[in-house]
Ligand binder design. Structure first.
Ligand SMILES: [Zn+2]
Length: 251
């Protein structure tokens, strides 16, 4: 840990111990700044594989800002040497340790999230699940910080979220941590004959092929199950319905 970080945070003898991978100073500093800027009445969520020093920086940043609560979810149970020595003044009243799976927590989640930190989930499925579960709880101005964005699984998920499935936008990258913002555009898709859409407001591109094919299949299946007599007529209808249902995919 650098002297800079210490001088910025203050005497930090009470930091949590570090997890397996030390979070680089630049990323700690980033988390501190972002946590400090979270608006009042919003919260911070940290989803870590193993709770570590990054969480402490979120708490300290928040303490300097609006004292937003920091909800910390960790996949791995703390080892015996894990300690949190944040006394009341140093943010213990801000940090909320949660022990259930984060995906269970999101189902009943009420607080608006101003900052989401996702650390060390390098597998495609894991990161995708985390973003999917938490995304609907983000405030419009929220920041999402994804660590280890150089890993193949992470890169793949980020590519999807910044592109095809896109509801997030790239803001900046610090070390291996990517900062994302919420895409606030109310997309208006202009869809061409290849089912490729371009938003007329922001220019984001999206491939609707899969969605439209799935809708077609569902529609065809439904019709087949219902009536088999007037097949030809129903087929014509299917086409029309699929096309008119495009508006449903606006997000
Ligand atoms: Zn748009």
């Amino acid at each position: 840990m650098s002297g800079y970080t210490f001088s910025k945070i203050g005497a930090a003898g009470d930091l949590m111990n570090q997890g397996e991978g030390e979070t680089p100073d630049a990323v700690c500093e980033l988390l501190y700044d972002l946590a400090r800027d979270v608006p009042e009445a919003q919260v911070i969520v940290a989803v870590d594989k193993e709770r570590g020093e990054a969480t402490a920086f979120l708490v300290r940043g928040s303490k300097e800002g609006k004292q937003s609560r920091v909800f910390s979810f960790a996949l791995q149970k703390e080892g015996p040497e894990f300690t949190i020595n944040l006394d009341k003044d140093n943010g213990q009243n801000i940090l909320v340790l949660r022990h259930e799976l984060d995906e269970d927590a999101t189902r009943r989640w009420k607080d608006e999230i101003g900052l989401l930190w996702v650390n060390a989930f390098n597998e495609y499925q894991d990161l995708k699940r985390i973003l999917r579960c938490w995304q609907c709880h983000l405030s419009p101005d929220a920041r999402v910080v994804v660590n280890s964005c150089d890993q193949p699984g992470t890169t793949r998920v980020l590519k999807e979220y910044l592109g095809e499935l896109g509801d997030l936008k790239h803001e900046r990258t610090i070390g291996n941590a990517m900062v994302l913002t919420v895409d606030r555009c109310t997309h208006h898709w202009m869809i061409d004959s290849d089912n490729l859409g371009v938003c007329k407001h922001c220019g984001r591109k999206r491939n609707f092929k899969k969605m439209i094919n799935e809708a077609k299949e569902a529609e065809t299946g439904r019709i087949k199950g219902h009536v088999s007599k007037t097949k030809a007529v129903k087929h014509t209808n299917t086409g029309t319905k699929t096309r008119s249902s495009k508006t449903r995919y606006r997000s």
